[in-house]
Ligand binder design. Structure first.
Ligand code: SF4
Ligand code: SF4
Length: 132
């Protein structure tokens, strides 16, 4: 026999009133961040070579790489944590932190100064005229 909708609704109301609230009183109740929570993107600036691949792959244009200015910028309010940049980075210098970015009142860019590592020196060619 189908349950009367009014009875069903009343049961839900009573459960909500007597049970524990599903709403958390943030910021008084701190949120739980799990190991695999996609919080925010972070960069290891010492490994970045300013190749711009991450910015090219970003679907929301949240990233800007300025090669001459040696900066890597992210506008966090645009980032949807798709991780396309993390996958694309050839130097594996992008990764996720499981903490969310703090709330902001305006759109701002976070700027990171990057000093690309010096290119590795090519091994010198053996001297063709050297005596054996
Ligand atoms: S996670 Fe996705 S949206 Fe966020 S910066 Fe990377 S590519 Fe862009
Ligand atoms: S973060 Fe990675 S993909 Fe982006 S510019 Fe630096 S090296 Fe290239």
């Amino acid at each position: 026999m189908p349950i009367n909708p009014f009875v069903k609704m009343t049961a839900t109301v009573i459960r909500s009133l007597l049970g524990t609230s599903s709403c958390k009183m943030y910021p008084y109740t701190k949120p739980v961040f799990y190991t695999r929570t996609r919080g925010h993107i972070s960069i290891d600036t010492e490994k970045c070579i300013l190749c711009t691949l991450c910015a090219k792959k970003c679907p929301t244009y949240a990233l800007k790489v300025d090669k001459p200015g040696k900066t890597w910028k992210i506008e966090r309010t645009k980032c949807i944590m798709c991780l396309a940049c993390v996958t694309a980075c050839p130097k594996k210098c992008l990764h996720t932190e499981n903490q969310y970015s703090p709330p902001v009142c305006s759109k701002t860019e976070e700027v990171f100064n990057v000093e690309p590592p010096a290119p590795a020196k090519a091994e010198s060619c053996p001297d063709k005229n050297a005596s054996v």
